[in-house]
Design a protein around this ligand. Structure first.
Ligand SMILES: C[S@@+](CC[C@H](N)C(=O)[O-])C[C@H]1O[C@@H](n2cnc3c(N)ncnc32)[C@H](O)[C@@H]1O
Length: 209
């Protein structure tokens, strides 16, 4: 059986952008609140950049590897199109220079959504640092802001993709603990960080945890 935890080459990961493209220079390192429109445009620019990046190609390849591994492991027709929900925890605030990572991560979320044809509703996102403007931008991009702090403890009964970009291990722990029941972990698909390995994607029910 192959390992359903797949490491993605992250040399194009937002965190490694040491030279942001020109359109990000409108976010100075000083305290600054960009307009809603500026933020939406910045996320759209990031979307186009990520879509054509090698990182994104690797990300898609990794997701398909997970799909193939699951099909082999379960002797089933499990498919990415079975994923019914998508949750993004820990995006951070989109505003300002500090939001550079978050805007790229949101762009990747929007791209991931495009390839999940079985989603029953728009992606949901939560971060305690979201501002009102972040909420407006997310709403415009058809991402639903979760109204309460679930502290990562969402119990899922349908296959759900969780994207936890650079989140603390405690959040992943809480998510796993909440779903730690036979059969149920198979509903938890995480794209997140794993120690020094960078970006990973795994189906928890098959992880050697
Ligand atoms: C290390 S930061 C990563 C921020 C951003 N994704 C990045 O890469 O720069 C971890 C994020 O997790 C968020 N966070 C903390 N507790 C959370 C919770 N209960 N639910 C969702 N996000 C949470 C923090 O506010 C913070 O923005």
């Amino acid at each position: 059986m192959c390992d359903t935890t797949t490491v993605i080459d992250d040399d194009r990961h937002p965190h490694t952008h040491t030279t942001p493209p020109e359109h990000h220079h409108k976010f100075p390192r000083t305290a600054y609140t960009p307009s809603h429109e500026t933020l939406v445009t910045s996320v759209e620019n990031a979307y186009n950049e990520v879509r054509t990046s090698r990182f994104y190609t690797n990300c898609m390849a990794a997701l398909h590897t997970v799909q193939t591994c699951l099909q082999e492991a379960l002797s089933s027709d499990w498919a990415l199109s079975n994923i019914r929900c998508m949750v993004v925890y820990g995006l951070g605030s989109l505003s300002g220079y500090q939001g550079l990572n978050s805007r790229y991560q949101l762009a990747l979320s929007l791209l991931l959504r495009q390839c999940l044809h079985g989603l029953l509703h728009p992606p949901e996102a939560y971060d305690p640092v979201f501002t009102d403007i972040d909420g407006d931008v997310l709403q415009q991009l058809d991402v639903h802001v979760i109204p309460t702090n679930e502290k990562g403890r969402r119990v899922v009964t349908e296959p759900t993709l969780f994207y936890l970009p650079h989140c603390e291990a405690e959040l992943t722990d809480a998510l796993l603990e909440a779903n730690w029941r036979e059969g149920q972990l198979l509903n938890v698909i995480i794209i997140g960080m794993r120690g020094g390995y960078g970006f990973v994607c795994g189906i928890c029910g098959l992880w050697n945890l």
